[in-house]
Design a protein. Structure first.
Lengths: 355, 362
C-alpha cells in the first residue's frame, strides 16, 4: 500500500508530469467533443487529420519555445521580441529571394543565401537584445520591448511596406511537404532544432552553465563562469531560432507579411515555457517540458477551432490557463501549500498519540 | 552612470528613428511644394493619410496625388501619419495655419477628432473624410465623407452567387457555404458578413461554418484546414478578403481537393473581396471565381466634391465610390443589389482578362 503510494508520488513529482497531464486533458476533451479527432487518414499520399494539424502548426512555436526556455533559464526574464524578429527574418529572406520586386514567379537568389541572411539578421536582433540584457543589465522585458515595438517597423522598411510574394514551388516546400514525403517539412525542421539544441546542452557544459547563471549569476561569476557571455549567448540563440521560425512561417504563406507573421506568438512561446513546468524566474529548466507545452497550446488552439470557437476568443482561454499556472507557481501559493502539508503531517502523530 | 548611458542610448535611438521616419515620408510627398503660391485660382488641399500599410493604401494615396496635380489647378500638401493619430492632428493644425482651402483626412481611428475638427470648422475650412468614418458629437464638423460600401460589396457577392447557382441549375439547398470572416468589428467585416447572411436567409443556402480569419493568409489557411475536417460537404467558400482566400485555396489543395466551378464533381467555389493584383491573377486562373472590388481610387470622387463645393453646391454627407465585380467566366452578366443608402442598382459583372489586370493601378 505504502509502496504503491510512493510510486504514485514519484510519478506526480516528476518534472514532466504536469505538462503531460495538461496535454492529455486537452486531447481527452477533444476526443469527446469532436468526432473523429484522433483519426488519421491518407490523402494524396500524405497523412491528414487533426493530430497532423496540431503537430504541423505547432512547429514554429516549438522552435520559439526552445529559445525562450534558454533565455528564461539564464536571465530570469523573457524575450518578448521573438514575434517581431520572425517578421524581420521573413522580410529579409523574401526581399532577397524576390530581388526587390513585390511578387515574383522565379527566385532572384538561391534559397540557402536568403535563409542565411535571414538568420544573420535575426542573430543581430538577438545580439542587440543580449547586449542590453547581459551587458547593460536592463530588465529583459524592457530591453526586448524595444525590438517588440520596432521590429515590425524594421520589417516594413525592408519590404517597403508591401507584402512580398515568392510564388515559387521550391520555396513553398519549407512550409508544406517535400514531394510525397509524408511528414510536413516544418515538423522535420522543428525536430531537428530540438535534437541539435538538446545535444549541445547535454554534450557540452552549456546547459549546466545556463542553469547556474540563472540560479545565481554572481556566484557563477565567482566560480569563474563568464555569466555575461552566457546570457548574451542565450539571446543570440533565441534570435536565431526566431529567425528559423520566421523562415518557416513565411514559407507557409510564401510571402513576407510584416504586420502579421508571428503576431502574438511571443506570448504563446512564454506560455509554452510556463506550461512546461519551467520557473519563469530562471534557473533549472526542462527543454522537453517547453516542447510539450508548445504542442499543448497548439492542441488547445486547434481544438477550439474544431469546436467552432471564434478565433478572437482564443486569448481568453489561453489567459485562463496562464492565470492558473502563474498562481500555482507563485511563492505565496507554494508557501501556503507547504505549510498545509506540514500542518497535516504534524496533526497526524498528534491524533495517533491521542488514540 | 549606467542609467545615464541607457538614457543616452535611448535618446540616440529615438532621434535616429525620427530622422529615418522623416526621410521615408519626404520620399512619399512628391507633390509637396514648399512655397505658398497664394494666388486665388490654385486650390490648396491638405491630405492627411494614415500611412502605407497595404497595397490598397498606397493606391489610395497615389490616386489622390494623381488627381490633385498642379496641371489640374491644385496644390496638394501630403502628410503621411505613419499610423499615428497625434501625427494626423498635428498635420491638420499645420494645414489650418497654412490656410489651405480643403482638408482631406483618412483617419486612423474613429474617435478623438472633436477638438481638431472644431478648430478646422472655426477656421472655415471644409473637411472631407476619406475611407474610415469619424465619430464626432456634431456631424457638422466635417463636410462630407467618401468611402467604400462594404455592405453593398457583400450583397453583390451574395446576389452573384444566387444568379450563378440559378444559371448552373444548382438547388439552393445543395450549396454548403464555409464563411471565413475578417477581423471582427471592422467595417469591411460587418458589411460583408451582413451581405452573406442576408443572402443565406433569402435563398435558403446552408451556412455550415463561420469562423474569423483576421484578414490574413496564415489564419485563412488554418481556419479552412479545420473546417474541411469538420465538414466534408463544403462546396462554396466565402472569404472576406483576398489574403484569406489565398490561405483557404492552399488549405483546400493540401487536403487533396480542387477549387473551381464544377461543384457537382467535388470542386469548391471560392468568392473573395478586394481585387488586389494577386487576387485577380487567381481569378484569371479560375481559383477565385468571383472577386468583388473594394475601390481605393478616391481621388476623382474627391475632386468632384471639391468642384461642387467651389461652385457653392450642397453635397451629400455620404459618398460611395463605384466598385466593380470581376468573375472568372461570363455565366452572370449583371446583378441587382441594394446599397447602404437603400438605393437599388444594376451592377455589371466583368470577365477578367490579363489586359484588365495590367491596366489597373493597384
Amino acid at each position: 500500500m505504502s509502496n504503491q503510494k510512493s510510486g504514485l508520488k514519484k510519478i506526480t513529482s516528476m518534472r514532466l508530469f504536469m505538462p503531460i497531464v495538461c496535454l492529455l486533458v486537452i486531447i481527452i476533451v477533444a476526443t469527446i467533443t469532436i468526432p473523429g479527432f484522433l483519426t488519421i487518414s491518407f490523402q494524396n499520399g500524405v497523412p491528414y487529420g487533426y493530430p497532423v494539424d496540431v503537430i504541423n502548426r505547432a512547429s514554429e512555436l516549438v522552435i520559439l519555445a526552445v529559445g525562450m526556455t534558454l533565455v528564461t533559464a539564464a536571465s530570469g526574464g523573457q524575450d518578448i521580441s521573438v514575434g517581431a524578429v520572425m517578421a524581420v527574418a521573413a522580410a529579409v529572406c523574401c526581399q532577397i529571394l524576390s530581388g526587390g520586386e513585390v511578387s515574383v514567379n522565379s527566385l532572384a537568389a538561391p534559397i540557402i543565401l536568403a535563409f542565411l541572411a535571414a538568420l544573420a539578421a535575426s542573430a543581430l536582433c538577438g545580439a542587440f537584445n543580449g547586449f542590453l540584457v547581459a551587458k547593460l543589465n536592463i530588465q529583459p522585458m524592457v530591453a526586448t520591448l524595444i525590438l517588440y515595438t520596432a521590429g515590425r517597423g524594421i520589417a516594413q522598411l525592408i519590404t517597403n511596406g508591401q507584402i512580398t510574394y515568392i510564388r515559387v514551388d521550391s520555396y513553398q516546400i519549407f512550409g508544406s511537404y517535400i514531394g510525397k514525403f509524408p511528414i510536413p517539412t516544418p515538423v522535420i525542421i522543428a525536430v531537428v532544432v530540438v535534437i541539435i539544441t538538446y545535444l549541445i546542452l547535454k554534450k557540452t557544459a552549456l546547459g549546466l552553465y545556463i542553469e547556474s547563471v540563472g540560479i545565481n549569476g554572481t556566484a557563477s561569476r565567482l566560480v569563474g563562469l563568464n555569466s555575461t557571455m552566457i546570457k548574451f549567448l542565450t539571446y543570440v540563440i533565441c534570435g536565431i531560432l526566431a529567425g528559423i521560425a520566421g523562415f518557416v512561417a513565411s514559407s507557409r504563406i510564401y510571402s513576407a507579411d510584416a504586420n502579421n507573421i508571428g503576431l502574438n506568438l511571443e506570448m504563446d512561446a512564454i506560455l509554452a515555457v510556463a506550461l512546461g513546468g519551467n520557473v519563469l524566474g530562471g534557473g533549472k529548466f526542462s527543454l522537453m517540458g517547453s516542447v510539450i507545452g508548445a504542442y499543448t497550446i497548439q492542441a488547445l488552439t486547434t481544438v477550439l477551432y474544431g469546436m467552432n470557437v471564434s478565433s478572437d476568443q482564443l486569448p481568453v482561454y489561453k489567459a485562463i490557463v496562464v492565470v492558473i499556472i502563474v498562481v500555482l507557481q507563485s511563492p505565496v501559493f507554494q508557501k501556503a501549500l507547504a505549510s498545509r502539508k506540514a500542518k497535516s503531517q504534524a496533526a497526524k502523530p498528534a491524533a495517533e498519540g491521542g488514540n | 552612470m549606467k542609467k545615464r548611458v541607457v538614457s543616452m542610448l535611448l535618446c540616440v535611438a529615438m532621434t535616429a528613428a525620427m530622422v529615418a521616419g522623416c526621410g521615408s515620408s519626404s520620399g512619399d510627398s512628391s507633390s509637396d511644394s514648399g512655397e505658398d503660391s497664394g494666388s486665388s485660382d490654385v486650390i490648396t488641399v491638405g491630405f492627411s493619410q494614415v500611412g502605407a500599410e497595404s497595397d490598397w493604401r498606397t493606391a489610395n494615396t497615389e490616386s489622390m496625388q494623381e488627381t490633385f496635380t498642379e496641371e489640374n489647378g491644385y496644390e496638394l500638401i501630403f502628410d503621411d501619419a505613419q499610423q499615428k493619430q497625434e501625427n494626423q492632428i498635428t498635420a491638420i493644425r499645420n494645414f489650418i495655419q497654412q490656410e489651405v482651402d480643403y482638408i482631406l483626412l483618412a483617419p486612423v481611428t474613429e474617435s478623438g477628432w472633436d477638438t481638431v475638427l472644431q478648430e478646422a470648422y472655426d477656421a472655415d475650412i471644409p473637411v472631407i473624410i476619406v475611407d474610415r468614418m469619424v465619430d464626432v458629437s456634431n456631424d457638422d464638423l466635417y463636410t462630407t465623407w467618401i468611402g467604400t460600401d462594404s455592405l453593398l460589396e457583400g450583397r453583390k457577392a451574395a446576389e452573384w452567387l444566387n444568379a450563378y447557382a440559378t444559371a448552373k441549375g444548382w438547388d439552393a439547398s445543395e450549396l454548403n457555404i464555409a464563411h471565413i470572416q475578417g477581423t471582427m468589428g471592422s467595417t469591411a467585416q460587418i458589411g460583408r458578413t451582413q451581405g452573406l447572411e442576408e443572402g443565406v436567409e433569402k435563398y435558403g443556402w446552408n451556412l455550415v461554418a463561420q469562423q474569423c480569419g483576421e484578414f490574413t493568409q496564415a489564419k485563412g489557411q488554418e481556419v479552412m484546414e479545420s473546417m474541411l475536417k469538420q465538414y466534408d460537404n463544403i462546396n462554396v467558400v466565402y472569404c472576406e478578403n483576398d489574403n484569406e482566400a489565398f490561405g483557404a485555396i492552399d488549405a483546400i489543395e493540401a487536403a487533396g481537393k480542387t477549387v473551381g466551378t464544377d461543384i457537382a464533381n467535388g470542386e469548391i467555389l471560392v468568392i473573395s473581396f478586394d481585387t488586389t493584383n494577386a487576387g485577380l491573377t487567381d481569378t484569371l486562373a479560375g481559383k477565385i471565381v468571383c472577386d468583388v472590388e473594394c475601390n481605393p481610387l478616391h481621388g476623382p470622387r474627391a475632386e468632384e466634391l471639391i468642384k461642387a463645393l467651389e461652385a457653392g453646391e450642397e453635397v451629400e454627407k455620404l459618398n460611395y465610390v463605384d466598385e466593380e465585380i470581376f468573375a472568372y467566366d461570363d455565366t452572370v452578366a449583371s446583378v441587382t443589389a441594394t446599397n447602404s443608402l437603400e438605393e437599388e442598382g444594376d451592377y455589371a459583372v466583368t470577365v477578367i482578362t490579363q489586359e484588365i489586370i495590367d491596366g489597373r493601378a493597384y
